[in-house]
Design a protein around this ligand. Structure first.
Ligand code: ATP
Length: 364
């Protein structure tokens, strides 16, 4: 297995720059998810590693060896795509063995590798079937097996689960995690689904508009988002973001908005004071806001827009001026649409962002 290093990687499609100087290192045996909204440059980045596209600038190396100019077939990489395209008139066994037959691997070794991959992926009993006789999840496992038999240095996966139904996706997520752990494989995995990334990856590379916004563990990306984009992208529901101004009065720091004002705790006040201007954005996860039905000190007045029961939790969508927030409450809550309420942001879990630079201001 291998370490993959990106140094200032740039990809231009004519005048359009799809990847804008991306730098990060995938350590040996790590599972890294490239996440971001549609068009952010994930697939382009993956194709640059595979050699399906040429870099415009920068460098990619695998285990210390520069691969920019290396032929795709010499990169020792296996790709699994969302359309897994198994050969319809070959059995599962023949599909699995195909990459090895192309490389003229001796028959005994080929059979050993096919059996090992089939056993790891729990498809040994399907070796004589044809792809049309398999479920979507089983076909996906065969596609994975076909990558696996090659014993590559790096696995690249581009939305491999997106054709599966929701239940199967959850199941395959667990399978992929187990596959990664057992092989200790280096995996780079593209998905637009941040939940998929959160649950499977050792690290997440969060991209937008060709820029890498944060490269960190899922926990840190969730708990300490680098900026407003990451805060608004990661988590379901995403972090609530409330624009505000900072004012100082009688030795106390306040955040104010359209007909509301709250005193900031010392921790948040010190963050707000380090903003490049008095314009800040308060960030709060849905679970760190409490709704009160009566006026309460240091709370923000709001109006309930809609109430969304989901079983375990009820999501209450509220409006503070023009800003819509989502708050989770107990399903027993009696709050209804159109009601006036007061919300309390838990200051210990609150984030303060610089509205101009859009960066999160770290507590001191
Ligand atoms: P998705 O999740 O929709 O697959 P992505 O994050 O994988 O998106 P890319 O496919 O890498 O995004 O595309 C990044 C940007 O580059 C997009 O704006 C896309 O329109 C543009 N792009 C991709 N391929 C080409 C091309 N061959 N020529 C010109 N522009 C391209």
């Amino acid at each position: 297995m291998a370490q993959v290093e990106f140094k200032n990687v740039v990809k231009d499609y004519g005048a359009f720059q799809a990847v804008k100087g991306v730098t990060f290192t995938v350590e040996d045996g790590e599972f890294v998810a490239l996440v971001g909204p549609s068009g952010c440059g994930k697939t382009t980045t993956l194709n640059l590693i595979a050699g399906l596209l040429d870099l415009s600038d920068g460098e990619i190396s695998i285990s210390g060896r520069r691969i920019n100019d290396l032929d795709p077939k010499d990169r020792d990489i296996a790709m699994v795509f969302q359309n897994y395209a198994l050969y319809p008139n070959k059995t599962v066994g023949e599909n699995l063995g195909f990459p090895l037959r192309m490389r003229k691997v001796p028959k005994a070794e080929l059979n050993d590798k096919v059996n090992q991959a089939a056993s790891l992926l729990d498809i040994s009993h399907l070796l004589d079937r044809y792809p049309r006789e398999l479920s979507g999840g089983q076909q996906q496992r065969v596609a994975l097996g076909r990558a696996l038999v090659r014993d590559p240095q790096v696995f690249l996966m581009d939305e491999p689960l997106s054709n599966l139904d929701a239940k199967l996706r959850v199941q395959m997520r667990a399978e992929l995690t187990r596959f990664h752990k057992e092989l200790n494989a280096t995996v780079i995995y593209v998905t637009h689904d941040q939940l998929e990334a959160m649950t499977m990856a050792d690290k997440m590379a969060v991209m937008n508009g060709g820029v890498l916004h944060q490269y960190d563990t899922p926990e840190r990306v969730f708990e300490e988002p680098a900026n407003l984009f990451v805060a608004g992208f990661v988590g379901s529901p995403a972090m609530n973001l409330l624009p505000a101004s900072r004012i100082e009065r009688d030795g106390q720091t306040f955040a104010t908005g359209d007909r509301w004002e709250i005193a900031l705790s010392e921790r948040n006040a010190s963050c707000a004071r380090r903003s490049t201007s008095d314009q800040i954005v308060l960030g709060a996860r849905h679970s760190s806001i409490t709704i009160h039905e009566a006026r309460t000190p240091n709370c923000i007045p709001a109006r309930v827009y809609t109430v969304e029961p989901t079983g375990d939790l009820t999501y209450v969508h509220i409006e503070v001026g023009e800003t819509r927030l989502v708050i989770s409450t107990d399903p027993q809550s009696q709050i209804t649409a159109g009601q006036d309420v007061w919300i309390d942001l838990e200051q210990e879990r609150m984030h303060v962002f610089d509205a101009k630079s859009e960066l999160r201001i770290r507590p001191e």
